[in-house]
Design a protein around this ligand. Structure first.
Ligand SMILES: Cc1ncc(COP(=O)(O)O)c(C=O)c1O
Length: 411
């Protein structure tokens, strides 16, 4: 495929070869220093592996930061993107396209969203949260419902609205003043949550417009909401007329073994529906695409005509990428694979006996993170376990066969 591309694009998109050192030097003179110097300069990916400009191969455990859920250069995704680009690459949002419409319908179906629900497409997670923030501002019919609740430890993105919902001072302070009326509640504290909706606090500060939270926090390690917390949040927001906005930018798109983390029985055994869900990251399998799902008529019509917009959101190629990604996850039963591989990784990481080893009773996605415990999560309470060590290579990896062929190691 890459030879084919090189042949048809000539030198336009394939710069001359260079070493990692040469490319790193050029990077530091051409690219803004917001990320620091690159760890490596990567030239190719296939399945679970990437190669740097010196020809070294790496097992990619970062996955584009929760993005490359089909691995690199997945043939179906590549074909879907190429075919759509060769058919209709971009149209303005004054027009619709079949892939955009089909993706909206597909997402609403996977979400179990009721009649009247709608989707707004974006290009990234922070843009999805920006739109959700604007929906929260519109949930204010008489001008007094201005408070927005968020959680300590949250991360919602880097644009000004999303940053206002993000708790970390180092991210926020250089850019203050940020959009106001956001209150940060302590993580997992049901009393603080009840108090925020209490008549006394409402009398003093006003009604709550929205509560924005991640079902599993990602910035502070991997920290799932405690059992019962999401149900309480649903109960209080519904009773108080506030929107329950779930940021599933990182946890959505099948990454936890369910399409959305709010569907995990570990987090919400009784099941519930939020008012708004934001998505991005894994949604396009590596192609930039985000979405805001508005559940039901009320949420779906908070933003009226002309009140929000985007040039690229819902672009036909991005929509084709998302449809193909979802299609592969369904076709290859990858949600079951996430659960299986997640449980296997949890077992093996826990067996390392590191003080930050996770608890075993987490959702598959959460349990695998060695950063998870030691930061106040449930895993912190567990005594580290001794590894049940076996020499390398003597134990057959039971999950290897479950990996999609293109993602298996050792190919
Ligand atoms: C939970 C969550 N929300 C929002 C974002 C922002 O997404 P993006 O980087 O696509 O703007 C991130 C990114 O890490 C995230 O983890």
């Amino acid at each position: 495929m890459s030879e084919l591309l090189a042949a048809s694009t000539g030198d336009l998109t394939h710069p001359e070869p260079g070493s990692v050192a040469e490319w790193t030097d050029r990077y530091t003179h051409a690219v803004m220093d917001t990320f620091g110097p690159p760890q490596r300069v990567l030239v190719r990916g296939e399945g679970a592996y990437v190669w740097d400009a010196d020809g070294n191969r790496y097992l990619d455990l970062l996955g584009g930061i929760a993005v490359n859920c089909l691995g690199h250069a997945h043939p179906t995704l590549t074909a879907a993107i190429s075919a759509q680009l060769g058919t209709l690459g971009h149209v303005s949002n004054f027009f619709g396209s079949p892939t955009q419409i089909a993706l909206a319908e597909k997402l609403l179906g996977l979400a179990g969203a009721p009649a009247g629900s709608r989707v707004f497409f974006t290009n990234s997670g922070t843009e999805a949260n920006e739109a959700a923030f604007k929906m929260a501002r519109r949930n204010n019919p008489d001008g007094t419902r201005t408070r927005i609740l968020a959680l300590e430890g949250s991360f919602h993105g880097r644009t000004m609205g999303a940053l206002a919902l993000t708790s970390k001072a180092a991210y926020r302070e250089p850019f203050e003043p940020l959009p106001g009326a956001v209150e940060f509640l302590p993580f997992g504290d049901t009393e603080a949550l009840r108090a925020a909706f209490s008549p006394e606090v409402v009398r003093e500060r006003g009604e709550v417009a929205a509560f924005v939270l991640e079902p599993i926090q990602g910035e502070v390690g991997v920290r799932p909401q405690p059992a019962g917390y999401l149900a309480l949040a649903r109960e209080l927001t519904a009773a108080g007329g506030a929107l329950l906005i779930l940021d599933e930018v990182q946890t959505g798109s099948g990454r936890t073994g369910a399409w959305f983390a709010y569907q995990l029985p570990e987090l919400a055994p009784e099941g519930f529906l939020p008012d708004v869900v934001t998505l991005a990251k894994g949604l396009g399998g590596g192609f930039p695409v985000g979405a805001v799902l508005a559940y039901g008529d009320r949420a779906a019509h908070l933003l009226g005509r002309g009140q929000h917009g985007t040039t690229f959101g819902g672009n036909p190629v991005a929509a084709a990428a998302a449809l193909a990604t979802i299609g592969v996850i369904e076709r290859d039963d990858l949600l079951a694979n996430v659960r299986g591989v997640g449980a296997y990784l949890a077992e093996r990481v826990t067996a390392l006996g590191h003080p930050w080893s996770p608890a075993s009773a987490e959702p598959a996605c959460c349990a695998a993170s060695p950063r998870r415990a030691g930061r106040g999560g449930r895993g912190a309470a567990r005594a580290p376990r001794r590894a049940d060590r076996q020499p390398r290579g003597t134990r057959r990896d039971p999950r290897r066969a479950a990996l999609p062929a293109h993602a298996r190691p050792g190919r």
